[in-house]
Ligand binder design. Structure first.
Ligand code: SF4
Ligand code: SF4
Length: 417
């Protein structure tokens, strides 16, 4: 079998800052072969080595976690992995070696690698370029054996050339709008994607015609994005948006003992949030503990100062990495087709805005700044295509509900930044 070609995100950087977040938040899944291999590691006379490190849940093996959520191998003092420190990087489980990379099979025998923005080092875009870890990444790809490629259904009838031309046009728009507000950018991207979908696969696959019409399409999108949409954003829409935000922020994976009672409590908290009560903290430890009422999600931009475009760099980074991957449909998004995944990626803006506002309000400031966007991008990227809850088709219907004219009204109701 041919070695897959590996495409690594061009602009991303990552240098682990040993924050330990990944070792506190996730259930790290182990294969039985890994359990056997790790049990055989010779720790010599090292004290307090966790020998009983396997936790079984529904027949699947995971690393056991302490009551504070940390993996039993996480050194609380240094923030480093004890297994890594003692035996080196290669000794660790595949999932541990993989993070923060997201590996996705794209075209047949090609694999795309982007860095996850729920890792603080990636949010800060600090450290070495992702490309510098190519050897390690290629070993991971080989071990995972992921290479099947998009299916015909996932491509929505589009040719590879059309997919690449459309994603290039969207990335071009992000670069052109570098100094624009993120809301205007998000709206313009959404309008462009919607118009392209309306044109249909046969039209889009005709690259010569597509090249001819793209400039006028982009011009029309720019004009439309410059005007704020009219219309009411009703009560049902507000409930659905809050529910969607809460679902994207829900972190059942951080529960050390995810009993039925605990899950039911979280579901009740989600329902309460949808009708305007509670705080995002009930969805997960990483979220601000501020009552939703004090955030004033639908107060428009009233009382908020506009943030600088520079504060939104990590949001633009998320869009570019996912678009260039392409990691927004297929295996990267619940096996969904191109336009469904594209819509979900571009619709991440109102979720990021709402989360960033919540974070800023919890800091008692009325302007979204870089740390607020970092938190929000991490929170939403975490769930984009990876959430056990949002994988249900019902949520595609919520995304669909906010497509079309309602999307612009949603941005307006939130008071886009
Ligand atoms: S979350 Fe990122 S920065 Fe923090 S320990 Fe994990 S890899 Fe390192
Ligand atoms: S084994 Fe090490 S890298 Fe993996 S979750 Fe535990 S502490 Fe983190």
């Amino acid at each position: 079998m041919a070695t897959p070609k590996v495409h690594i995100a061009r602009h991303q950087h990552c240098g682990c800052i040993l924050c330990g977040r990944c070792c506190r938040r996730f259930h790290v899944r182990l294969t039985e072969a890994e359990v056997t291999r790790l049990q055989a590691l010779d720790w010599g006379t090292e004290p307090d080595v966790p020998r009983d490190f396997v936790h079984r849940l529904h027949g699947q093996a995971y690393f056991r976690r302490r009551a504070d959520g940390g993996c039993v191998f996480l050194d609380g003092q240094t923030g480093a992995c004890r297994m890594h420190a003692r035996f080196g990087f290669d000794a660790k489980a595949l999932t541990c070696r993989g993070y923060p990379h997201n590996l996705a099979s794209t075209w047949r025998d090609e694999v795309s690698v982007v860095a996850r923005l729920d890792c603080p080092a990636v949010q800060q875009d600090a450290g070495r370029p992702l490309e510098s870890g190519r050897r390690q990444i290629e070993r991971l790809v080989e071990e995972l054996g992921t290479r099947g490629g998009f299916t015909v259904r996932q491509l929505d009838g589009l040719s590879r050339e059309a997919v690449e031309r459309l994603t290039r046009a969207l990335v071009g728009l992000i670069e052109d709008y570098h100094n624009e507000s993120p809301g205007t950018l998000a709206y313009a991207l959404f309008l462009l994607a919607t118009r392209c979908q309306t044109l249909g696969a046969t039209f889009l696959n005709d690259l010569e015609t597509l090249e001819t019409v793209l400039p006028s399409l982009l011009g029309a999108v720019r004009n439309e994005a410059a005007t704020r949409p009219a219309g009411r954003f009703g009560r049902l829409s507000r409930i659905l948006f809050r529910e969607w935000l809460a679902a994207a922020c829900r972190r059942d994976e951080e529960l050390v003992r995810p009993s039925l009672a605990v899950r039911l409590r979280r579901s009740a908290a989600l329902a309460a949030y949808a009708v305007g009560a509670g705080s995002l903290r009930t969805m997960g430890q990483e979220h601000p503990d501020l009552s939703l009422r004090r955030v004033g999600l639908f107060a428009g931009g009233a009382g908020w100062e506009p943030s600088s475009p520079a504060a939104w760099e990590s949001f633009r980074g998320l869009l570019v990495a996912r678009l260039e991957g392409p990691q927004f449909f297929g295996v990267a998004y619940y096996g969904e087709p191109f336009f469904t995944g594209l819509r979900a990626l571009l619709q991440s803006y109102p979720l990021v805005l709402a989360a960033a506002r919540t974070h800023a309000a919890a800091r008692s400031v009325r302007c979204i700044e870089t740390p607020d966007v970092h938190y929000a991008v991490g929170a939403i990227d975490h769930s984009l295509g990876r959430s056990p809850l949002l994988q249900w088709r019902l949520w595609r219907q919520v995304e669909e509900y906010f497509a079309g004219p309602r999307y612009g009204r949603l941005l307006k109701a939130l008071g886009w930044d």
